[in-house]
Design a protein around this ligand. Structure first.
Ligand SMILES: [Zn+2]
Length: 240
């Protein structure tokens, strides 16, 4: 799970590593996905650590009331409300990733942000993107988290106005792959927009109308494994 956050898509390297590291700890990753004694638990980074500091053993396991049931550290308040309310609203979402990557976050700052139908990635991606245009308050309450969950609906990607992005997927692999592709695609669009010239739109007929995760078609396992090999070479401590 932790390389999804450290190396992904122009995502800050520490965030990719955080996801990859969780993926390397099957017992923790399973804890995040399965019911223990009828209780749903999830895996998350504790407050107070830079992403590049995180290792698999530093991730904490929490219940949906925000109690830390395994590991050391505290759960950040906004993270709690974003993650738990989406997990509750979306039983299919075993993995919920919330980050502030450069290009999707920049897009979220625009008036009426739109992931335009301009790159071939958009043909496959755009029908899975929801936009939250009402990001005038931080998600520091259950109501705020519920509002985000409602804005996401059944989509896998929520671009959160004035905030960042949240991606939901059936597995860590799928969520990472989805987030990576969305951030790369936003990078292409924002870079093109920075030229000052108009975007060239693709015809609506080019949409693929695919609603499942990218990984079902593009092999998210291979993608995340590639980033894990990079981490093995560059930051082998992440699995500890
Ligand atoms: Zn945030």
């Amino acid at each position: 799970m932790a390389p999804a956050l450290r190396h992904g898509s122009g995502l800050p390297r520490g965030r990719a590593a955080r996801l990859e590291r969780a993926d390397r700890q099957p017992q923790l990753a399973d804890a995040a996905r399965e019911r223990y004694g009828g209780e749903k638990l999830f895996l998350i980074n504790p407050c107070g650590f830079l992403f590049q500091e995180l290792t698999a053993s530093r991730l904490i396991v929490c219940d949906l009331d925000g109690h830390v049931v395994r590991g050391e550290g505290e759960l950040c308040k906004v993270a709690f409300h974003v993650h738990t309310r989406i997990h509750l609203a979306r039983p299919d979402a075993a993995c919920v990733l919330h980050v502030h990557p450069q290009y999707l976050t920049t897009l979220s700052l625009l008036e009426l942000p739109e992931l335009a139908l301009v790159h071939h990635n958009n043909m496959l991606l755009n029908d899975r993107v929801a936009m939250d245009h009402r990001g005038v308050r931080t998600a520091d309450s259950n109501e705020g988290g519920d509002r985000l969950a409602a804005a996401m609906g059944g989509k896998s990607i929520l671009i959160m106005g004035a905030h960042g992005v949240t991606v939901a997927g059936p597995t860590v692999l799928d969520a990472f792959d989805e987030l990576y592709i969305a951030e790369r695609t936003a990078m292409y669009q924002m870079t093109a927009m920075a030229s000052g010239r108009r975007l060239k739109r693709l015809p609506e007929s080019s949409r693929k109308h695919w609603h499942g995760p990218c990984g079902e078609r593009l092999d998210a396992r291979l993608h995340l494994d590639a980033w894990r090999r990079v981490l093995d070479r560059e930051e082998p401590d992440c699995a500890s």
